[in-house]
Design a protein. Structure first.
Length: 399
């Protein structure tokens, strides 16, 4: 097909990167990774008076944080009904309740920082594509209600016409949101700098990353000594901290975006077919659509940021035939590399046996909100010696 990758839609705009690290630096905390988790952590620590240096290998939002579907979802990656079975009802309930509170804080912060247009509370429709999934959606709604969380059932007749083509019934969580992730992340970066953090872009760090007592953090242009090192890398975490190599798998997720559709077909973000397809219509009328990770199969587990033309082709077919938007051209194709945790929960907190080294990553494709929570949790743990929030995830669940 000759399908070529383009810049991600979210990153397809002029950008002037910050200079790379040049020379030695000595700080309280060195954060590696300029995505949502790293910036959330850096901002929180700098706000508490710590001297923070954040190193980003490419540009802020250049990794998974600027290459995802732009969803702001409460809960873990597992649907709440499944999370209750997997982690226990109380643990799942605590995690969902905490992310709901964090979601409200997220909306308030975005408005306060002037990024309200990039962070929109639009609601999410989790759409069933089969009879089996329809039963699961109803169980999902019941589980949310049993634990005191809001959710609504939307019958087929009440779905937008574009969704009636592919689905039967949906769960509406009206509190969930849509992001222009790169705009949001870059706003968060400026907020971290205003709090006192220093950010160096174009400053890649090779693994394995040393703990503070094991040596300096090195980039091509300099070296950093720090009392604490935070690796906030999601998909690259196994390469940077090899202890997580068998717990987190790097995975590519494909996306496409269309030219503006001439009319509104969708107001909410949509999770269809068990969340394997996901899409939203932007304020300018474009659709951003991702999915078919199951079709990509074993090939999806990779650290290489290269896409599969057949998967992009499948996504185009989905737009034109399944969603019925024939004739709407696809303008952007890209992939993001994310980290999938072995039980769907991220690893967050100190690395056992390596004093002063902390990790956050392995969000299993839903890091926009959980990464924000994780960054704050690690910052609190470093600043105060403890964090209730780290216990939501736990970096070393085996020991």
């Amino acid at each position: 097909m000759g399908m070529q990758a383009t810049a991600p839609l979210w990153l397809d705009r002029p950008y002037e990167p910050r200079p790379p690290l040049d020379g030695p630096a000595e700080v309280d905390v060195c954060v590696i990774g300029g995505g949502v988790g790293g910036l959330s952590c850096a901002r929180a620590l700098a706000s508490r008076g710590a001297e923070v240096l954040l190193l980003e290998g490419r540009t802020v939002a250049g990794g998974a944080s600027g290459r995802n579907g732009g969803f702001l979802l409460a809960g873990a990656s597992a649907f709440h009904v499944d999370a209750r079975e997997r982690y226990g009802r109380e643990a799942a309930k605590r995690l969902y309740a905490h992310t709901l509170r964090a979601q409200e804080e997220f909306y308030e912060l975005a408005a306060e920082l002037g990024a309200g247009e990039a962070v929109r509370r639009v609601g999410c429709l989790r759409l069933a594509a089969s009879d089996e999934e329809a039963l699961h959606v109803l169980r999902h709604i019941d589980a949310l209600h049993e634990d005191g969380f809001p959710a609504e059932c939307v019958d087929e007749d009440d779905l937008p016409p574009v969704l009636r083509r592919i689905g039967r019934v949906a769960c509406l969580t009206a509190h969930d949101g849509a992001l222009q992730p790169a705009v949001w992340i870059r706003t968060l970066a400026r907020a971290a700098e205003r709090a006192g953090a220093r950010i160096c872009e174009g400053s890649p760090v090779d693994g394995p990353v040393p703990a503070p007592g094991e040596g300096e953090v090195r980039t091509p242009g300099g070296a950093v000594r720090a009392k604490h090192v935070v690796v906030a890398a999601d998909g690259a975490l196994p390469q940077l901290v090899p202890e997580y190599g068998d717990r987190i798998r790097s995975r590519r997720l494909h996306m496409v975006a269309t030219a503006p559709v001439g009319h509104r077909v969708l107001d909410r973000v949509v999770y269809a077919r068990w969340g394997l397809e996901y899409f939203q219509q932007l304020p300018d009328g474009r659709l951003a659509v991702g999915g078919f990770g199951d079709v990509d199969g074993a090939s999806s587990y990779t650290t290489v940021e290269a896409g599969s033309p057949p998967i992009w082709e499948r996504l185009e077919e989905y737009v034109h035939h399944a969603l019925g938007l024939d004739g709407v051209p696809v303008t952007h194709r890209w992939v993001g590399i994310v980290g999938y945790g072995d039980d769907g929960r991220p690893y967050v907190g100190p690395v056992p046996g390596r004093d002063g080294l902390h990790v956050l990553g392995g969000y299993s494709g839903t890091g926009n909100l959980v990464g924000y929570v994780a960054g704050g949790a690690v910052a609190e743990r470093i600043a105060t010696g403890r964090s209730e929030d780290v216990g939501l995830f736990a970096a070393d669940r085996d020991g």
